[in-house]
Design a protein around this ligand. Structure first.
Ligand SMILES: Cc1ncc(C[n+]2csc(CCOP(=O)(O)OP(=O)(O)O)c2C)c(N)n1
Length: 765
């Protein structure tokens, strides 16, 4: 094995000193439209564009307000059902940020994200080439750029309203709705209804940009309320970690190209961030806790589009130079309440609202445009009429457009694609060091752990998009040494240490996988997956469906189960049943070294998110594993032992108990068939049913605690689909409905054994 290139010596430093937290500038923009025009940073035509975009957003959200009271004439009779989180008052921030970025840069947004979505789409469309525009709106016959842009903007409003209305023509085919709207073709990586949920995703997309060196910046919009949430703070820590910039670790130091754009409208749902539910006067001060340069933090007047554009321009430039991450706090206001059901009077005053309304970002910018000759009063009136008319026509068209077919309710849950052929640019992988040697016995046996490592080596050699992160997985090789040697072989850009943040380990993988990487991430113990349950269950599992299949999330989460080692209640749980309950995820649990290698390779090539469960007690189990390439498809059970009197259906380490039980039953003259399902989702129910139809009796066994176990799901399907073949009810064997204890005597009593399976079979017979 090659030596570790990444070692540096830590010296004790106990000299008395005082750490300075530095300064965070606020509202320093001193420019004016006149100066921007004179400097050429803005042209009169661009001012019209950004004004049009702000008007489009205002019109869109006022439509929602009017729809609620039945006062929107354009689609009279249409009843809007859905959330009403409007961002009226915040338009300068959305449009200013998006207009100041490159058109192919990326954003993530929030439940209050109509403004961000519309702004990003507009900015992307305005930056597209004629060819890109034609590809976006193939039915449009126009050829001139200006006409194509107008048509694309109209289509943009239409598809955004259609999504809000839950229509098939919407950006996400009505599966996402306004709170989960996304348009990946315009760099919009999704709005998120989980407060803070999109922040690690944005961070992951910046990992992709850094890795691919594509110059893209991600702007992560999130509210002030979100900055109380753990996963958001964990994301800041992640983005700022030294590993990306410290030459000890980074061959080419380059900070993550991400701008955390805090939309500080001063309220969470109703809780006031400054002075009530946080202890700092500015949210931007959070940055001081994560990076010695305060992440270049600034507070910006978010009511002034010029200040927003100026800040975002500078921030994106820093990111493109490798000096990210950057944190910008946009001080702004939401004129309405949390939603239209919120009357606001319990927690804020009319005076306050009036003071902010006087700073209305649209009215003020219009005035500056008039003052500086960017627009005439007549042209301004025409522009407003054009925007209102376009929105109204598109709303009417959307309201009466086609609803998704109820028969398609679970269409798009999974994708059936995988990487059959690696594109050439990713296929020629040269390791940067020696590959770890996998030790084989004379009869070609290797350990389960090495089988996993061999799969990873093969897949990393095959496809440079396969990258890994997890706690301590670099030189140390992970808590169980599964990744030992991979950093030396492939470099720190491809195998790096994660901070202790399971939510970010999984959440960044989601963002990275949406933007071209194929991450394989490690959860040291499956129990810690609960820390990441939002990112696994609400994000990884749902984005393919919620986006109407416009994005795939090809990632693998390797989760290691500690049960059976005397590690007690928080390091021993077998939780695959819980995750199998979440539609959108694949959940697999191979039990043999042969299956582990073949299935991990399939998981890495698959374009669905896969939870790949491993067991620590099996890591040193040996089995014959060909050194050559082979794949085992996900969702295929394997009959590990044939029999005809009873079926034992199982997975994971319980397979070994089932095989011992089958031996014990054979001694009693009972022939047991052992079916290893290998994959919970997708489940190969046919192989199970075929076995049960042959034997007429079945015991389903696993290490999961019985209550809510997937064994119950399998038992109920057998009873529903093979009832006529059954000679007895299906029985289940699992761990006791308790908490894994540390004491050996107790853990032994807690976990299910061969004897429990034998007892169940005897009961059946
Ligand atoms: C994790 C989570 N907790 C609570 C909620 C309910 N909720 C929706 S919006 C919101 C307030 C969010 O405040 P902020 O991030 O400042 O955004 P704003 O609504 O002000 O735009 C809350 C508590 C949620 N959607 N997600």
């Amino acid at each position: 094995m090659s030596t570790n290139n990444y070692l540096s010596t830590l010296k004790p430093k106990f000299k008395p000193t005082v750490h300075s937290l530095g300064k965070i500038p606020a509202c320093q923009y001193k420019g004016s439209l006149k100066e921007e025009l004179a400097a050429g940073t803005l042209t009169p035509a661009q001012t019209v564009d950004v004004l049009e975009d702000m008007l489009m957003i205002r019109e869109f959200e006022e439509m929602i307000v009017k729809l609620r009271s039945g006062a929107y004439d354009a689609c009279k009779g249409y009843e809007y059902r859905g959330p009403t989180h409007v961002s009226i008052g915040q338009e300068a921030t959305s449009v200013g940020c998006c207009a100041a970025m490159r058109y192919d840069d990326q954003i993530t947004s929030t439940h209050r994200g109509h403004g961000d979505s519309l702004a990003k789409g507009c900015a992307a469309i305005r930056g597209m080439s004629v060819e890109e525009l034609k590809a976006r709106i193939p039915d449009c016959k126009a050829t001139k750029r200006k006409e194509l842009i107008d048509a694309a903007l109209e289509d943009h409003v239409y598809r955004a309203i259609a999504e809000l209305f839950g229509k098939e023509d919407g950006y996400c085919k009505g599966r996402g709705g306004g709170m989960h709207i996304a348009d990946f073709s315009a760099g919009h990586l999704g709005a998120n209804a989980i407060v803070g949920g999109g922040v690690p995703i944005a961070t992951g997309s910046a990992i992709s940009s850094r890795y691919f060196k594509n110059g893209k910046v991600t702007c992560c919009f999130a509210g002030d309320g979100a900055y109380a949430n753990g996963v958001v703070l964990e994301s800041l820590n992640w983005a700022a970690m030294g590993q990306f910039t410290n030459p000890t670790y980074a061959k080419e130091p380059f900070g993550l190209p991400i701008v955390y754009a805090i939309i500080n409208n001063h309220y969470g749902f109703t809780g006031r961030t400054d002075g009530e539910v946080s202890g700092t006067a500015t949210v931007a001060r959070r940055a001081a806790g994560f990076a010695d340069n305060n992440m270049h933090a600034e507070v910006i007047n978010g009511m002034d589009i010029l200040a927003c554009m100026d800040a975002m321009r500078r921030a994106a430039e820093l990111c493109r130079k490798g000096e990210g991450p950057v944190l910008l706090e946009f001080d702004t206001y939401r004129n309405y309440g949390h939603s239209l059901g919120d009357p606001r009077n319990e927690y804020r005053t009319k005076e306050e609202e009036a003071a902010w309304k006087a700073l209305d970002p649209i009215a003020n910018f219009e005035q500056q445009m008039l003052d500086n000759g960017c627009i005439t009063p007549k042209k301004l009136a025409d522009l407003k009429a054009k925007v209102a008319d376009r929105n109204a026509r598109m709303a009417a068209k959307a309201a009466w457009s086609q609803d998704p077919d109820p028969a398609d309710v679970i269409k798009y849950m999974y994708t059936d694609t995988r990487v059959e052929t690696v594109p050439e640019e990713f296929a020629s992988v040269k390791p940067v060091g020696e590959l770890p040697v996998i030790k084989r016995t004379e009869d070609n046996q290797i350990t389960y752990k090495d089988a996993i490592k061999e799969a990873m080596i093969e897949e990393m050699l095959r496809d440079s998009r396969v990258v890994q992160w997890g706690e301590d997985i670099a030189e140390y090789g992970g808590a169980f040494k599964v990744t030992k040697g991979l950093t030396e072989a492939f470099g720190r850009d491809r195998v790096f240490n994660a901070p202790i943040s399971e939510a970010c380990i999984c959440g960044t993988a989601v963002g990275a996988s949406m933007t071209g990487l194929r991450p394989v991430v490690e959860l040291m113990y499956m129990d810690f997956g609960l820390m990441a349950s939002d990112q696994i269950s609400n994000q990884a599992a749902k984005w393919h469906y919620m986006s109407g299949a416009s994005i795939e999330v090809p990632l693998v989460i390797r989760a290691s189960v500690g049960g059976g080692k005397g590690y007690g209640g928080q390091h021993s749980q077998t939780l695959e049943s819980m995750f199998a309950h979440i539609p959108g995820l694949y959940v697999v649990y191979p039990a043999t070294p042969y299956d582990a290698k073949g299935m991990l390779k399939s998981a890495i090539r698959d374009n669905n998110p896969v939870l790949f469960v491993e067991s620590q007690i099996m890591y040193n189990y040996k089995g014959v594993v060909p050194a050559e390439e082979y794949l085992i498809p996900l969702g295929k059970a394997d009959v590990k032992r044939a029999g005809d009197k009873v079926s034992i259906v199982t997975w994971g380490p319980m397979l070994y108990e089932a095989l011992k039980a089958a031996d014990m039953l054979a001694a009693q003259g009972i022939s047991a068939e052992v079916v290893d399902i290998r994959s919970l989702v997708p489940l190969d129910i046919e192989t199970i049913l075929a076995s049960v139809r042959k034997t007429g009796r079945c015991v389903v066994a696993s290490h999961c605690v019985d209550i809510g176990s997937y064994t119950g799901e399998i038992a109920s399907r057998i009873m529903a689909e093979a009832f006529d073949s059954l000679d007895a009810p299906v029985l289940r064997v699992g761990a006791k409905n308790g908490i894994a204890p540390q004491a050996y005597s107790l853990e032994d009593a807690f976990l299910p054994h061969d004897r429990d399976i034998v007892a169940a079979v005897n009961q059946l017979l």
